[in-house]
Design a protein around this ligand. Sequence first.
Ligand SMILES: [Zn+2]
Length: 299
Amino acid sequence: MAVTLGRRLSAAVVSAVVIGLAVPGRGEILRISEPRPVVDSAPGLKAVLDPAVVRQGGYAVLTVTGTGGRMKGTADALGLEISLYPAPGGLRALVPVPLTTKRGRHRIQVIVGNLEARVFMTVARRPVRPMRHIRGLIVSPEKAEALRTDKGKLGRILSRESAEALWSAVLRRPVPGPVTAEFGVPRSYGGGAGWVHKGVDVPMPRNWPVIAPTGGTVRLAKLMGSYGNIIVVDHGQGVFTTYLHLRSMLVEPGVRVEAGQVIGTVGATGMATGPHLHFGVFMHRVAVDPVEFLTRGLP
Ligand SMILES: [Zn+2]
């Protein structure tokens, strides 16, 4: 928009100069022979989304070029205000699609300094799965309270983003087993209230090593009421991974981890019916499908 306005103004200035100015009362035209050059200094901001069609619970890579060397910007996408971070050739952001986003076309507004650009995303429906009843795990009022407390604490950690991307394009699976509880499935506990599953569950023998899928910084390694022993790894630029119900935690907050490094072992701490890894992925505080994350990787 800034670019268009700039061009319009330039055109107006040039025409005024070329046509000349009438001097009232004398009927003469005063001509200025040399039109002053008006340089449009605002470069053309361009935003590209890959892919342009994303499923609920998925994510896209937003690449912004023509930023004129600016190092910061924001994207207003799906009700989220997302920070843009430096990337080769311009700025970049991972745009997560919350499970609750309505299907259809959504406009993404990009703002870099006084420049604006827009791009459109089509959100496709994620197949609806039937409610899964978890027996043998009754959520008492105390447990429900512990869940709320843990969620609040995790939310605060996820909101502190770091600018440097510590990831590599190809990601490793934290544990090798198959996923038995998918992402985005609604659940009920002991026939009572439930939540949507915001990660995947992979049953593994107790004490099985859990590895970091890619580089990052440990932000949390703590025993919590419902999550049990939880590790949160910050991979930079708003991307975090979480590991719940661990038996042991082998890293401390603040330490850097590399891809493939053992960070803990599988357990059944907190609200769990048996030994398994609950693996979660968050982008700008929004939970995305860990299977898609591990398969597609990062830019
Ligand atoms: Zn789980």
